[in-house]
Design a protein around this ligand. Structure first.
Ligand SMILES: [Zn+2]
Length: 390
């Protein structure tokens, strides 16, 4: 069996996109992954496909510096994922650090803009004296977009202003995002995903906030996904107290990494072919040696990687995922089935490639029988070299 033949590809726009934040049209395509299936729609295993494909390209606005999806496509999604424990733990850490730094109001109300990824800060904020209120139309002292909700909004300017409008006078907006600088540093090109419209750098976020009348008041960086940033911001007209040292400590390394420079961001493209070719070479070598290889985590970021590497079920016997809703389905754009962790253990694999680095420890702990039977785990997260099994 070969990887599924694919369906009609939506033709990419030939004109320059208009920026989702500043509406500017001057910019550059910095990453092009070609035609990709929805990474949040896992077809039933019995569904023979073909799966519809859409162009997947990142465009960097020369005006405001926001990295974003170049193309608008109404991509079908059905989020079924289970949140990694690392993400839950990070949220606890973020709230603790923001409270300890004294950059949130001292109690009051909290309003959350939810994320299709799930997760919430409200319970954690309640532990620090914040009473949750339901939006919309109920301004709050703290407005949180802490679970990567904002990136799902096609109109970034409108979405940011909606969140700002919900902040009461003297209140704070809290935003958390995966840093573009971390994507660059870790060659995490497969963070680019249909449905994720924006990839924030802190310099670009500062401009977006400034254009709408807000000022960053504090910034904290956490190790999740190689670099996750939590910002607080308040109305510029209120002359909020700014923790300049903390903000600059996050801004300066991102500026130095060239997050606003199309040529520097465009270096991501160089790692695409390398990563895909290394994965394919590894799988072909394992197949030739008669070894059984599985994947772990039917994550969105594994979708483009498997497709670009031309992976099918003869190379990768299955991908295990703890989310029951994904089991019995297949990886989009391929015939590789998604199986339960128990089925992975029962298959006694020689090698398990973990597509999400944050899940390596969790998966090894949950399935000790794999190593007991002589199997090996390999971190195949974004940008990781997969050429060595040692
Ligand atoms: Zn722009």
């Amino acid at each position: 069996m070969t990887a599924l033949v694919t369906a009609s590809v939506t033709t990419p726009e030939t004109t320059s996109p208009a920026c989702r934040s500043c509406a500017g049209t001057d910019g550059a395509i910095v990453l092009d992954l070609g035609a990709q299936p929805s990474s949040e729609l896992f077809p039933a295993a019995a569904d023979p496909g073909p799966d519809p494909l859409y162009p997947l390209r990142m465009w960097l606005c020369a005006g405001c510096g926001l990295a974003q999806l170049a193309d608008d496509a109404d991509v079908p999604e059905e989020p079924l994922g289970r949140e990694p424990a690392a993400l839950t733990a990070q949220r606890v850490e973020a709230v603790r650090e923001l409270v300890a730094a004294g950059v949130l109001p001292f109690g009051g109300t909290a309003l959350e803009f939810p994320s299709p990824h799930g997760g919430t800060w409200l319970g954690l904020l309640a532990g620090h004296g914040f009473t949750a209120v339901e939006g919309p139309g109920r301004p709050a002292d703290v407005v949180v977009d802490g679970c990567f909700g904002l990136m799902h909004e096609p109109d970034q300017d409108a979405a940011l202003r909606e969140r700002m409008a919900a902040v009461r006078p003297g209140g704070r907006l809290v935003l958390q995002y995966h840093s573009l600088e971390a994507i660059m540093a870790g060659a995490q090109w497969n963070a680019l995903r249909l449905g994720h419209y924006a990839y924030y750098s802190t310099p670009a976020m500062a401009r977006m906030l400034d254009a709408a009348g807000f000022t960053i008041t504090s910034a904290h960086r956490f190790p999740l996904y190689g670099g996750t940033v939590a910002l607080t911001a308040g109305r510029t007209a209120e002359r909020p107290i700014v923790d300049t040292a903390a903000v600059e400590a996050v801004l300066a390394p991102e500026r130095a990494a060239g997050v606003l420079d199309a040529a520097r961001v465009g270096a991501l493209q160089d790692s695409v072919a390398r990563t895909a070719e290394e994965l394919r070479a590894l799988l072909v070598e394992q197949r030739a040696a008669g070894r059984t290889v599985y994947g772990y985590a039917a994550a969105s970021r594994a979708v483009s990687l498997l497709r670009l590497a031309g992976v099918d079920a003869t190379l990768l016997a299955g991908v295990a995922d703890a989310a029951p809703a994904k089991q019995g389905r297949r990886m989009p754009g391929t015939d590789v089935p998604v199986v339960a962790p128990e089925a992975l253990a029962a298959a006694v694999p020689d090698l398990v490639l973990v597509f999400v680095s944050e899940l390596v420890a969790e998966a090894r702990a949950a399935l000790p029988q794999i190593e007991r039977a002589g199997g090996m785990w390999l971190d195949a997260g974004a940008g990781r070299r997969t050429g060595s099994t040692g």
